[in-house]
Design a protein around this ligand. Structure first.
Ligand SMILES: [Zn+2]
Length: 328
């Protein structure tokens, strides 16, 4: 319902106050070209695919506590989906973390979208989520929703040429202390971190009973990711504000100096970390909205013939978005 509302209003206003010729040629021209790029992603993002992944993860598998049999079933499902999309390079990285008196094994699952051979900026973008849940709940929103959106974006980008590498990483053991993302960041070579220009974390992006979308950075400052997210939001949905919060897998990347942000709806739903975080409280509209915004934001810098992005640079089209006090 909100899609393209802003652009249509600009066109309508131009038609009302200006000459039709002016409105038809100059005003929509820029919007149309940006919209055409956005549409390459937005028209492919299929909300039923996202919803079906949430259903499988939260109902067929259920609670996905790190180190459990259900985590292994989750990892199998992720690998199978990613391979079906054509990724031949799906990697499963086991790691251990301390728990009680011992060590528990969990897994990060990663697929890499390679850039075109003759159009490679040498840079990479990471899209992340966590596939584990709290052990007592099905985690439909936390974080089957983000993992489902990640899978769908991986499917869409598998067939979309880019000049930048895009990595899709579903982390394990987030709920016990961001272990998967910490282990992943620790294992990154300096060169690898240096070429990573943006990290988008999707965590809790589909609850009917949560508030609006916010982008959280670990230091409360704008960065490349929030610039791109705000710009994409204003084009395909609505402007997204930014705020300050850690508490998810964007933090270890921020600590490496990589522009990173958490996409989440706040205030949080009442079912957060309860047994009631289940499929019936998931909103298809919210899943589609976040998939569109993050997909369009990533494509803005990853598509062919866009200039290589310097870490400190803002998005190509500056957007006047705003800071909002954290509201959990
Ligand atoms: Zn989470």
């Amino acid at each position: 319902m909100k899609k393209y509302g802003k652009i249509l209003m600009v066109m309508l206003a131009a038609l009302l106050v200006g000459s039709p010729a002016y409105a038809a040629t100059e005003v929509p021209a820029k919007g149309q070209s940006e919209q055409a790029f956005d549409n390459k992603i937005v028209k492919q993002v299929n909300v039923d695919n996202i919803y079906n992944h949430v259903a499988y993860l939260s109902q067929e598998i259920g609670p996905r506590g790190a180190g459990t049999e259900n985590e292994l079933a989750t990892v199998d499902y992720l690998v199978e989906q990613l391979r079906n999309y054509g990724y031949e390079n799906v990697e499963v990285h086991p790691f251990t973390f301390p728990f009680g008196d011992g060590q528990v094994t969990s897994y990060n699952v990663e697929a890499t979208k390679e850039p075109m051979k003759n159009h490679d900026t040498g840079q990479q973008i990471i899209i992340g989520s966590h596939h584990d849940s709290v052990p007592w709940g099905a985690g439909a929103n936390d974080d089957a929703s983000g993992t489902a959106a990640l899978l769908e974006l991986a499917r869409v980008f598998a067939n979309t040429p880019t000049d930048t590498t895009v990595k899709f990483v579903a982390f394990g053991a987030e709920e016990y202390g961001l272990w998967g993302s910490r282990r992943y960041a620790e294992a990154m070579a300096a060169e690898e971190a240096e070429k990573t220009v943006a990290m988008f974390q999707l965590d809790m992006v589909g609850s009917k009973d949560a508030g609006d979308l916010v982008m959280f950075t670990a230091d409360g400052k704008k960065n490349t990711v929030t610039d791109l997210g705000a710009a994409a939001g204003s084009r395909v949905s609505e402007l997204v504000p930014y705020s300050e919060l850690g508490r998810s897998d964007h933090v270890p990347f921020h600590n490496l100096g990589i522009p990173a942000a958490l996409f989440i709806h706040t205030p949080l739903e009442p079912w957060y970390h309860t047994e009631d975080d289940v499929l019936k409280y998931i909103s298809k509209e919210k899943l589609k909205d976040v998939g569109d915004i993050v997909g369009a934001a990533v494509f803005e810098i990853a598509r062919k013939d866009t200039p290589a992005l310097i870490k400190s640079e803002v998005a190509p089209v500056p957007v006047d978005y705003y800071y909002e006090e954290p509201n959990l």
